[in-house]
Design a protein around this ligand. Structure first.
Ligand code: PLP
Length: 391
């Protein structure tokens, strides 16, 4: 069978590849500590599941919903965004999607033409580039001159006439870095002046640690935020990855176009997930803070331990999300592995610790280590890494 050129140009998800090898080894009886996963290790709070069960029992979930989501859910999402960012969205400004991943995919399909260029700052979440390619457009990866965040000067170096979009992900997967308000204003102004649309992927916006101030691009002045499309979802905040609840907030014309796209692709997000989402957004929010505090505790305990692994260097301590992204270039020299990919594979096979090599995010001398896992198991994993490097 001859596959399309489109799909042949796509690289399979590296995070999924390592995580499935980890699962395979675990199945064979090996004691594997899987730190490659990008999802909360908590169960979905029980009141959310309970609301879903009730919706099923009341036969509310038997039918299609509007493609862009239940009106009451869109209304609730709009209210939530308005209360957090002082925006004036209504349900006409919201489309509910099958995860934030599909929200991004749908946006690429609706906004990009062949030949359009999309600026993607490094390090970047694995799917951005591939989704842009699937829309026939061109991902342009922007490496920060300094540190792990881009500036307008960095972006300018990669900007051409065909530059149409910029994706900003703060807190960032994989680096855990959070853009400051001043940094976002500079980027926002730069993009607005050039009519480059900004996609703000705020999916980790509730996972912020140690008094770091989170600013969304939607918090900025109208001249900036009119040019911003928000992507968010419930996966990380409410430990709901399997429910696949994502959403887009933006201009109502864009949402109309997205509804049309959704109506021909997924139709609606499954109705039961939409009722669960409604419960998550309207119910008691203590669960969100409890999970955040647990990640923060892990971050503060583990960061110095990880920094203590010979050859590992945390350029900046993460301020959000749930990943470490140390520079392991010295550890590569010590162990003789050429790339983080070789290093990560050997670490998995020899010590049973699964991580994600930095190649997947545009940094071949880094490793992504998730701390969305049991604290003692991560400590054990760090001990194994020490052993692995010092062998
Ligand atoms: C930066 C970023 N954006 C979007 C997503 C997609 O999340 P979901 O599709 O579960 O809503 C992820 C998931 O890992 C992510 O890390």
């Amino acid at each position: 069978m001859k596959l399309s050129k489109r799909i042949q140009a796509v690289t399979p998800s590296a995070t999924m590849a390592l995580s499935s090898r980890a699962k395979e080894l675990a199945k064979q009886g090996k004691d594997v500590i899987n730190l490659s996963i990008g999802e909360p290790d908590f169960n979905t709070p029980s009141f959310i599941g309970q609301a879903a069960i009730e919706a099923i029992n009341e036969n509310l979930t038997d039918s299609y919903t509007p493609a862009g989501g239940l009106p009451e859910l869109k209304q609730k999402i709009a209210e939530r965004i308005n209360s957090e960012h002082k925006t004036i969205f209504s349900s006409q400004n919201i489309a509910v999607t099958t995860g934030a991943k599909y929200a991004l995919y749908a946006l690429a399909q609706v906004l990009l033409n062949p030949g359009d260029e999309v600026l993607i700052p490094l390090p970047y979440w694995v799917s951005y580039g591939e989704q842009v390619k699937l829309a026939g457009a061109k991902p342009i990866f922007v490496k920060p001159e300094k540190g792990l965040k881009v500036t307008p000067a960095d972006l300018q170096n990669y900007t051409h006439n065909s530059t149409k979009m910029l994706i900003i992900n703060s807190p960032n997967n994989p680096s855990g870095q959070v853009y400051t308000k001043a940094e976002l204003i500079a980027i926002g102004k730069w993009a607005a002046e050039r009519q480059i649309t900004i996609i703000a992927d705020d999916i980790y916006g509730k996972l912020i640690y140690n008094q770091t101030q989170f600013t969304s691009l939607l918090d900025l002045d109208d001249d900036i935020r009119q040019n911003v499309i928000l992507i968010d979802g419930l996966s990380k905040t409410y430990a709901m990855t399997g429910w696949r609840v994502g959403y887009i907030a933006g201009d109502s014309n864009l949402i109309t176009a997205l509804n049309s796209f959704l109506s021909h692709s997924t139709s609606n997000l499954s109705a039961v997930s939409q009722y669960a989402a409604l419960a998550a957004l309207t119910g008691e929010q203590a669960c969100v803070e409890n999970m955040r505090q647990e990640y923060e505790k892990r971050l503060n305990i583990l960061a110095p331990l990880l920094d203590g692994v010979e050859g590992f260097k945390l350029i900046e301590k993460p301020q959000g999300a749930f990943y470490f992204f140390p520079d392991i270039s010295e550890a590569l020299k010590l162990t003789g592995y050429k790339t983080a990919n070789d290093f990560a594979l050997a670490l998995l096979e020899k010590e049973g610790v699964a991580t994600v090599p930095g190649e997947a995010f545009g940094y071949p001398e880094h490793l992504r280590i998730s701390y969305a896992a049991d604290l003692d198991r991560i400590k054990e994993a760090i001990n194994r890494m020490k052993k692995f490097v010092n062998k």
